[in-house]
Design a binder for this molecule. Structure first.
Ligand code: HEC
Length: 141
């Protein structure tokens, strides 16, 4: 609830000054306690993304259950190592350094192509991290 108190200062001369003071009232704040939802703290993206520290662990967590050596017969192994992203798979390379947002890898993550991981999707900040990594030249760092 906001109370607005207007104070008018009227000078004897021709000049009239008015100002408004807004007071944010705390009245009723106790009833807001139940409205507070879960607080989601997203880690800040590092300034330079590291493939080994930041990107490969994402693949290990979310992708390797389907894209591993046991699924080679479907060529699903085309994801998810640095070399495979660039050199193998049905449609490799999956990265487009000239236009990162058009990278097939990124388009699979944002659902533009068949959403990956299948049956779900990565948290937004991890998708952005992958895009940032590609934008920074997809280094094998
Ligand atoms: C539940 C199993 C599953 C998971 C988890 C999964 N994938 Fe897939 N992925 C598939 C299947 C199945 C296909 C093949 C779809 C097709 O070709 O019709 C595929 C295809 C792909 C392709 C396209 C291959 C090509 O050459 O066009 C890419 C790239 C890919 N996945 C990346 C990923 C990434 C990155 C992750 C993790 C973020 C991931 N996948 C997680 C099952 C999975």
């Amino acid at each position: 609830m906001i109370h607005c108190i207007k104070i008018y200062l009227v000078k004897a001369s021709r000049i009239t000054v008015s100002c408004s003071i807004l007071i944010a009232s705390l009245i009723g704040s106790s009833s807001c306690e139940n409205d507070v939802g879960p607080v989601i703290i997203e880690p800040e993206n590092p300034s330079t993304v590291s493939y080994s520290q930041d990107i490969q662990p994402i693949f290990n967590s979310y992708c390797s259950s389907c894209h591993d050596e046991f699924h080679q017969y479907l060529d699903l192994r085309s994801c998810c190592s640095y070399d495979q992203l660039l050199n193998s798979g049905f449609n490799a390379p999956y990265l487009n350094l000239d236009d990162p947002q058009q990278s097939r890898l990124y388009r699979h993550l944002n659902g533009d192509l068949l959403i990956m991981p299948l049956f779900g999707s990565l948290p937004d900040y991890e998708i952005e991290l992958v895009l940032q990594w590609i934008t920074e030249g997809a280094q094998n760092n």
